[in-house]
Ligand binder design. Structure first.
Ligand SMILES: Nc1nc2c(ncn2[C@@H]2O[C@H](COP(=O)(O)OP(=O)(O)OP(=O)(O)O)[C@@H](O)[C@H]2O)c(=O)[nH]1
Ligand SMILES: [Mg+2]
Ligand SMILES: [Zn+2]
Length: 306
């Protein structure tokens, strides 16, 4: 039988096949190609399994992934944990209320999405809490990201604002919702489909850090939208694996479109003469904030390489 892994907990996997859900385990001697990943099976995987006499399944094959997103197992580790696979769209859930999302964080997630060829959009949630100052900040961020080509949605999961638009944007897709703990990922899924009834952090509990209410990734089929929604635990950061310093510019669309203008094809857009990217930063056509975030990620990659 073949099915979709919708949830993984310890050594058990929930697999959806022909409309039924099966509890499966992985064949004992199953080996992953390479050993850089801590989990051999992830949410979103298509697997083949044998049904056992007791009604559980034994997974004996994981089909090739179209794409996947990882986080680092630990900060320094070279090992990675696959968050989910076979994703059509990444929704980066952010907020300008608490816990405030930085553009540094958004840009890291965008780079990861670019590196894995996954279309991304940004959702600014908790809009009901924005005062005039935050509304100003919102409109400049919206302009910034839309100009680069990323769709931006503004939502309030609490009041239902923007949910209709969000529903349209997920239609027919497998969509991963990611972002810090406490920004309202589960709340947005509940707003899209109230019957999901996902656990959310208590209002009194969330503050600067979030409470990590969702503890494992899970896919929810949404037949009415012909979609699959993936709720994930809050993250601090995705794993930035296998990006070389001179490649990083390819994952910033506004840098990518200017690369042909740089004198050196290994230009890192930092100190090199004849750099079209630095020119664009100087004349304001590339935003200072994005360029600063580019430099931050670049130096992190360079440190990791050293
Ligand atoms: N005012 C307001 N509160 C919201 C909104 N969306 C979510 N919240 C609240 O924010 C808190 C966190 O929401 P969750 O949905 O649990 O956040 P999460 O991103 O799933 O967090 P983790 O599961 O920990 O990663 C809850 O108390 C929600 O009620 C919103 O649009 N407006
Ligand atoms: Mg959650
Ligand atoms: Zn350059």
């Amino acid at each position: 039988m073949q099915g979709l892994v919708t949830r993984t907990t310890g050594s058990w996997y929930k697999v959806l096949s022909n409309g039924s859900s099966f509890d499966c385990r992985l064949r004992g001697n199953y080996r992953l190609r390479g050993n850089k990943q801590t989990n051999p099976v992830a949410v979103g995987d298509q697997v083949e399994f044998l049904l056992q006499d007791d009604g559980t399944g034994m997974i004996n094959n994981v089909l090739d992934r179209r794409n996947y997103i990882v986080r680092k197992a630990t900060k320094l580790s070279k090992q990675t944990h696959v968050i989910a696979s076979n994703i059509d769209q990444l929704c980066i859930v952010a907020t300008l209320a608490l816990p405030r999302t930085s553009t540094g964080f958004i840009d890291r997630l965008l780079v990861t999405a670019e590196a894995y060829h996954i279309p991304a959009c940004i959702i600014f949630n908790k809009a009901d809490l924005y005062d005039i100052e935050l509304m100003d900040m919102l409109s400049s961020l919206k302009n910034l990201y839309e100009k680069i080509g990323y769709p931006v949605l503004v939502t309030s999961a609490l009041e239902g604002t923007g949910i209709g638009q969000l529903k349209k944007s997920i239609h027919g897709k497998t969509v991963l919702f990611s972002g810090h703990s406490g920004v309202g990922k589960s709340a947005l899924l509940n707003a899209i489909e109230p019957s999901l009834n996902l656990r959310m952090g208590e209002v009194s509990e969330w503050s600067e850090k979030g409470k990590h209410t969702t503890t494992f990734a899970e896919i929810f089929p949404l037949p009415s939208s012909d979609a699959f929604l993936i709720d994930t635990p809050g993250i601090k950061e995705f794993g930035m694996v296998d990006i070389k310093p001179e490649e990083l510019g390819h994952f910033f669309p506004e840098i990518r479109s200017r690369l042909h203008g740089c004198r050196f094809n290994t230009c890192t857009h930092t100190h090199e003469p004849g750099c079209a990217v630095k020119e664009a930063v100087d004349d304001g056509s590339i935003s200072d904030e994005r360029y600063t975030n580019y430099l931050g990620i670049l130096s992190q990659i360079q440190e990791d390489e050293a």
